[in-house]
Ligand binder design. Sequence first.
Ligand code: F1P
Length: 346
Amino acid sequence: IGDTFRGRISIDKTKIFLGGIIDVMPKLTQAKRIIIVACGTSWHAGTVGEYLFEEYARIPVEVEYASEFRYRNPIINQDDVVIAISQSGETADTLAAIKMAKEKGATIIGICNVVGSSIPRETHAGVYTHAGIEIGVASTKAFTSQVTVLTMMAFMIGRKRGNLYDDLYKKLIHELTLVPEKLEIILKSENYIKGIAEMYKDATNALYLGRGCLFPVALEGALKLKEISYIHAEGYPAAEMKHGPIALIDENMPVFVIATKDKSYEKIVSNIQEVKARSGRVIAIVTEGDETIKNMADHVIEVPDSHESIAPLLTVVPLQIISYHIAVMRGCNVDQPRNLAKSVTV
Ligand code: F1P
């Protein structure tokens, strides 16, 4: 893989280091636009990236389904940076999308898991997530590791572009270093989460709601339920609920709301009220100690308090666990769901 994807990923108290993209850092920091191309779960990770890049790096971002993008005639310029995200590094649509963007002169960066796969070989630089082999077809740790890399990139570019002053930058780095121990705390609630799964295992539909960078987490929660338990599920931006999905809500509809404390908190609380007013069953992912939502929701799953930029990494895990237990209780093969392939190479 030549000179790309070299170097290690590390975080210490004062800096983030993404060895594989050092050479293209000037291109990234001066990019007029970042285009993220991916499929499935990787597209959801890219959409978290969109929120974080815009917030911290202050660069316009477009997130594209590679399967659409490759068949359009998109306007791509030489000062665009295209980021391809793919667990397998072999997804045919993502590969075709970056080949096209490369021909039009864009700088191509990859975020991939499988070392030496096809997508990294078509990029100018990139980062291996080193998440290990995904045994299951449905991506889980690939998602959290892709989001981790995108979060690090957003902070790094933000810092280089002068948007993040010292104290905030250090605080954000510190927050990243706390993720593993916070995830350990969340994993301790597995039995409690399994109990919630038991109550909803016979659902025929489910709705997932989130706002800001937690909206893609809602999409990913819904996708995990669909992929492994075959329950129809939809992820929606919470504020869009009133434009359609609200018609579906009744006492049989479980509504998973990702509602940790951030700048949208008051708004998501009113979205929960709207669901409860229509007798929907609310399962809310909340910041620990949130009594307000506890008094409104049917169930809450608490995650440790964190900076809002870290919340996608923490809140997706209880949703993955719930889908896993529902699938097992329904007798589904969680590692090899029907009709799904690990790498979609055609
Ligand atoms: C994309 C993807 C996965 C999904 C399934 C099918 O793969 O949609 O997100 O879980 O395995 O493919 P990739 O490009 O991230 O390897």
